[in-house]
Write a protein that binds this ligand. Sequence first.
Ligand SMILES: [Zn+2]
Ligand SMILES: [Zn+2]
Length: 780
Amino acid sequence: MTTKEIIVKGMVQGIGFRPFVAELAEKFQISGWVRNVNGSVVIHATAEDAFLAVFLHALKFNAPLGANVVSIETRDITEDEIVEVPDDGKLFHIMESAKIDYSDYPLIPSDLATCQTCEAELRNPENRRYHHPFISCTACGPRYSIIEALPYDRERITMKKFPMCSRCREEYEMKANRRRHAQTVACWDCGPQVSFMRWDLQQKQWITDESHDYDCIEAARNWILQGKILAVKDIGGFHLACSAGCKEAVAALRILKGREKKPFAVMFRDINHVREYCEVNTREESLLLDDARPIVLLKRKEMNDAEAAIHPDVYGNSPDIGAFLPCNPIQIMLLENCGPLIMTSANHSGELLYLEEEQVRRMFEASEMDHLAILTHDRPILTPLDDSIVRVISIGQKPNQVYYEQTIRRARGYVPNPITVPFSEHFLAVGGDLKATFCYTGNNRAYLSQYLGDLSDEACFAEYQKQMEHMKALFKFIPSTVIHDAHPGYRSVQHLKMMEGLLKRRGNKMVQIQHHMAHAASVLAEHDVKGDAICFAFDGTGYGTDGTIWGSEVFLWSADERQMTRINHLPPVQLIGGDEGARNAQTILYGYLANVGRLQDCDMESQIKEFLGEQYARYEVVQKAIAAGIHTVTSTSMGRLFDAASSLLGICDYNSYEGEAPIELENCAAHTKEAVQLSAKPEYWLSDLMKLRIDGTATEALARGFIHAVADWIIDTCETQPVKQVVLSGGTFQNRILLERTITGLTGRGYQVYINEKIPSGDGGICVGQAYLAAMFKKQ
Ligand SMILES: [Zn+2]
Ligand SMILES: [Zn+2]
C-alpha cells in the first residue's frame, strides 16, 4: 500500500469536483480524503499502486462537466504526514475546505450557462424542477456574480438567504448525484422567488401580479408578445427585453435608453433559430454555445423587411447582428415559442448596469412611458457583469480558412477566468478611463476585470474601485507595483496620485506606461510573442509621451533590448479639442482640411471652397480658431482621421455613440467590393477623397478605398523593416474590412500576424499590456 498526496489544479472548485473524487475513490477501494485548498483540490489516497494509477488517470480524463484540470502533481507521503480522518467507518472522506494560505491564487469559476441536463429537466413536466427559474447543478448556474468570499460554498454566496429544503439537501449530500455539493441547488420548495409587476402610468403605481412562480414568467412572456417592454433580472444585472420585430417597441426602447442609433443585441431561443437570420460558421457556433454564452457578431441574412421578425431599426446600417442564446432558466422560458427578442442592458446609455429593482423602477417612473413591466426575483446580484461580445474574423477561402477570435467586450462568462501571460510579477494595472478595466497579475496569470464603463461617470468610477477591492479580497492579491496610464487627466491616474503617499508607505512602486505601447504589449502578452515585432496601435485617443494626442502609432518592439521605439505615425494635425471636438466628426473634418494645405505644402483653399460650398463659412470659423490656437490639440489619431473621412463622404457627421462615424464608414464600405486607389501617403488621403467626391465617384467605393489605403499603409510600413512579426491592436482594428485586408496582405508576404483575441483590442485590454511592459522594463 502507498499513500500519495495528489494536488489537482485548474478549474476544480464549484463544479462538484470533490464528490466526483470521492465516488471515484470508493470505486477503486481507495481510502483517504479530499479537500479544497486555495483554488486547488488536495487528495490523500492510500491504495495498491495499480489502483492509484487508474485513479490518477480517471481524475484527469473523467472530470465532471465544467471542470478544467490543468495539472496533477503527486508525491509519496510519509506516515507522519498522514492526516487523521473521522472514524465513522467510511473509506473516503470529503473534508471541509482548508483554511486558505494563498501561496497560489484560487481559480474562481465564471458564471456558467444552464447545462443541457438541467435544461431538459426544466422542460420535463415529470421532473420536480419543471419550469423552475433557478434550476442549476454542479456544472451550471451563476458563480462569480454571486460569490461574496472564498471558499466557494453556500454560506459565502448570495444563495445563503435561501436554506435548502430537505429534498434539495438530500441531493446535495447524496453520492452519485449530479447536484452533490452544488452550491446553487434550489427547487420550488426552497430558493428564490420570481415576481412580476407592471407600472400603471395613469395611477402612478406599481401593480404586482398576484400569481406565483411560472405564471409570472408566462405573464412576462405575454407582455413581450403584446409589443411591450419588460425589464428582467438576469445573471449580471437587469436587461430590457422586447420583441425584435415590433417597430413601436424598438422605438420606445431607444427613447427609454436614450440610445438613438446603436444596434441592439438579439437573443434567439436556439442555434437553429439563429441560423434563420444569420450566417453561422463552426467557430461562431461553438462560441454561441460556449458556457459563457457571449453575444456573437454574425453576418445577417437579407430579409424581407415587411415580414421580418427583426425590424431593421434593431441593427440600422450594420451588416451584422449581435446574436446570443439564453444563459439562464428565466431566459430559456421567456424565449419559449417566442423571440427573437432584443435583450439589452436596463440602464441609460453610458450608465452602469442596474443590479437593483429600485433603479429600474425609478427609470420607468421617470420615463412617462406606458407598457413597462419588471420580471424580478429576490436573489441578490453582487457583481455587475455585462454580456460579453465576441466575433470571428475568417481569413482566406474554404477549406483553408484561418479563424481569429476577437473579444470586443469581456465580462459575463469570462471573468474572472485568468489569461496566461509570460511573466510572474504580482502587479495591479489600472487600465484606461474610457473602457475601464483593471487587472491583477501574478504566477503567470492575468486576472482581467469585467468591463466597467466610462470612469467619467460617478457610478462607474465607484463600481470600478469597489470591484478592484472585491477581486483583491477574493484572490488575496498583494501587488508590489501599481501601473497606470500616462494621461494626467485620467481619473484612474488622479485617484492613484492622491493615494501615492499611502501606496509608497505600503511599499508599492508606481509605474507609468504610455497608452499605445500598452495596446501593443497586450498582444505581445497574450501570444507570448518571442523576438522583435512591428506593432501598430490605432485608436481614437491616447496621451502621447510628448503631451499630444496619439492614435496611429507604429512601434518597433526589440525583445532583447526590451524597448518600444516609435518609428512612424500619421502626420500631426491641429484639431479643435474637448469632448465636442472628439464627437463632432464634421468639426474634425474641418480641422483636417485646415491642415491639409500645410501638409501638402500647397494652397488647397479653392478646392476646399468648391467642395464645401455653403458649408465653407463654418469651416472658416474652425480654420481661424486653429490658426489662433484657441482650444486646439495636436493629434495623430487614426480614429479621428476615420471620423473626418466619414464626414467628408457624407456618411456621418456626429458620433452619437463612441466610434459611430468610423463604424458607419465601414458599414457603407461593406456594400461594395469596388475600391478606389488613394495615394500611398496619408497626408493626401482626404484631398484624394475630396477630388473623387467632386467627380461623383460612388461613396461606397470611396469608403472602401479609404480603408484599403490604411491597410496598404500598414503593409508598406512593415516592408521598411527587417522584422517579420506584426502586432495589430487598438479600437480601430475592430474594423473588419481593415483587419481582413491587413492580415491577408501581410500573411501573403510572409509575415506572422498577431491580434488581440481573448484580451479586448480596445481600451478594455490595455491593463494587461501595462502590466506586461512594467514586467519587461523591470527586468532590464
Ligand atoms: Zn446543470
Ligand atoms: Zn429545495
